[in-house]
Design a binder for this molecule. Structure first.
Ligand SMILES: *Cc1c(COP(=O)(O)O)cnc(C)c1O
Ligand SMILES: [Zn+2]
Length: 440
């Protein structure tokens, strides 16, 4: 068993490959799409990697004691798996460090979803409060390797918060395109605070997306939208951490919210690779959960993907308010690799699930609660069995969207089942005692 804890001196070869026609391109060429117009994946030489990595290599790195300085190779839950994400030298790495997120279990939560083995992995406890950091550490590292003079993305929030932070760490200017007036306060605050050039486009997300792609092509700026396959490589580490955390014994299910389908795509690829590399014998099934008002992938799934549906999206869960998901084809592949399923939940179900997660002392932003609402629904429908082990992914932090939470608890959300409004009272000890006695 190799105990080599340093960066591999002989990086495995990696290439860009088109998801449809199979054309390949070198990774040191800046391109986001194949000449045929379809998506690109980063592919590693799995044959070569099989002789270079194993469970013991990754387990050995868990004991890497944190020193006074951040060392991404020791402290990051992404770069722990670097051989199968982006083999590079340590000096190139831009890290906060990210990953190593906790897995929570809570009795009332398990009861509410109807599972005997329900766990939540909290990706909202990443440095900028969402799983996007796992992709961005890799994307911005790659931007630096390519000598990018600037980086850019269009985003409804968490991607811009994350890009702004990592670009600032790397000293690369960041340009962020957001649809005007449609971004949660916590996310916009981060983009501004981290010094990104923030352009509020008077239009919708698709307008912002079209402009950022044109600007990147015309001005030689490096595009870090989820088209960018290097980000998805970083997001695979969520799955590697889960598998390693469970002693390389796969849970039965991983349930996650699905918007642009980047994570759905990354999870499937990670599981495929983990199995090919012999890290696990068996892989979990994936359940991708969409909000009913933003469910183009679910609608397509209903036709067995004979039809590719898009829609005008609307949901309280802004992080998954996407009507034409970028990683559509990559996500179909995930369902094939993992015997996966797709479900939808309503905004009411999302907000009530969120309230349950929040009052368990865990907390998440609305989109994340789709995992919990979705698990509950899939158990009720008999798709997931109560005794099966389920890992739900909480994708973002409670503080990202304070307005949604306050609205829910203060009466603006008419079907709130678990509202916890504040009490108005006179500045008088008798009044205070009365309230407290009633509640104890
Ligand atoms: C980006 C994001 C999602 C959606 O992930 P996709 O990869 O686009 O499907 C879900 N939740 C949160 C909090 C996000 O930031
Ligand atoms: Zn192609």
């Amino acid at each position: 068993m190799s105990q080599n804890n340093t960066l591999s001196s002989m990086p495995a070869t990696i290439i860009l490959q088109c998801i449809s026609c199979g054309n390949t391109y070198p990774i040191d060429e800046i391109r986001y799409l194949c000449d045929c117009g379809d998506l690109l994946d980063v592919w590693h030489d799995l044959e070569l990697l099989r002789s270079q990595i194993n469970r013991g290599l990754f387990d050995g790195r868990l004991s890497g004691a944190p020193g006074p300085r951040v060392a991404p190779t020791a402290n990051s839950g992404v770069w722990r798996y670097r051989e199968i994400i982006l083999p590079t030298t340590v000096n190139n790495i831009v890290s906060r460090p990210e990953g190593n997120t906790p897995i929570y279990e809570h009795n009332s939560l398990s009861q509410w979803v109807g599972s005997q083995n329900f766990f939540l992995k909290h990706e909202g406890e990443n440095p900028t409060g969402s799983f996007k950091d796992r992709g961005m550490t890799v994307g911005v590292t790659q931007a630096g390797i390519m000598g990018a003079k600037a980086v850019a993305c269009a985003s409804t929030g968490n991607t811009s918060a994350s890009l702004a932070a990592y670009a600032a760490r790397a000293g690369i200017p960041a340009f962020i395109f957001i649809p005007s007036g449609k971004i949660a306060a916590g996310k916009l605050a981060q983009a501004l605070a981290y010094g990104a050039h923030t352009l509020q486009v008077q239009g919708d997300f698709d307008d912002a997306m079209r402009l950022v792609r044109q600007v990147c092509n015309q001005m030689g700026i490096y595009l870090l939208n989820s088209l960018n396959p290097f980000r998805l490589e970083g997001q695979k580490s969520i799955v590697f951490e889960i598998l390693q955390g469970f002693g390389w014994q796969s849970p039965d299910w991983i349930v996650l919210p699905a918007g642009n389908l980047g994570n759905t795509a990354a999870f499937g690829k990670a599981l495929y690779e983990a199995q090919q590399l012999g890290l696990v014998n068996r892989i979990p099934r994936i359940a991708a959960v969409q909000a009913e008002g933003a469910s183009p992938f679910y609608q397509s799934y209903q036709t067995d993907f004979a039809e590719h549906k898009t829609m005008k999206a609307d949901t309280v869960a802004t992080a998954i308010r996407i009507g034409n998901p970028v990683s559509y084809k990559r996500a179909i592949r995930t369902l094939e690799w993992t015997d996966g399923v797709v479900a939808t939940v309503t905004d009411d179900e999302i907000m009530n699930a969120k309230a349950i997660v929040d009052r368990a002392g865990i907390g998440c932003e609305p989109a994340s609660a789709a995992s919990v609402a979705g698990t509950r629904k899939l158990i009720a429908e008999g798709v997931i069995k109560p005794e099966e082990t389920v890992i739900g992914i909480l994708t973002g932090n409670l503080l990202k969207d304070p307005a949604a939470t306050v609205d829910y608890h203060t009466g603006a959300w008419s079907s709130a089942q678990f509202a916890n409004p504040s009490v108005q009272l006179e500045p008088d000890i008798a009044a205070v005692r009365k309230v407290i006695e009633k509640r104890l």
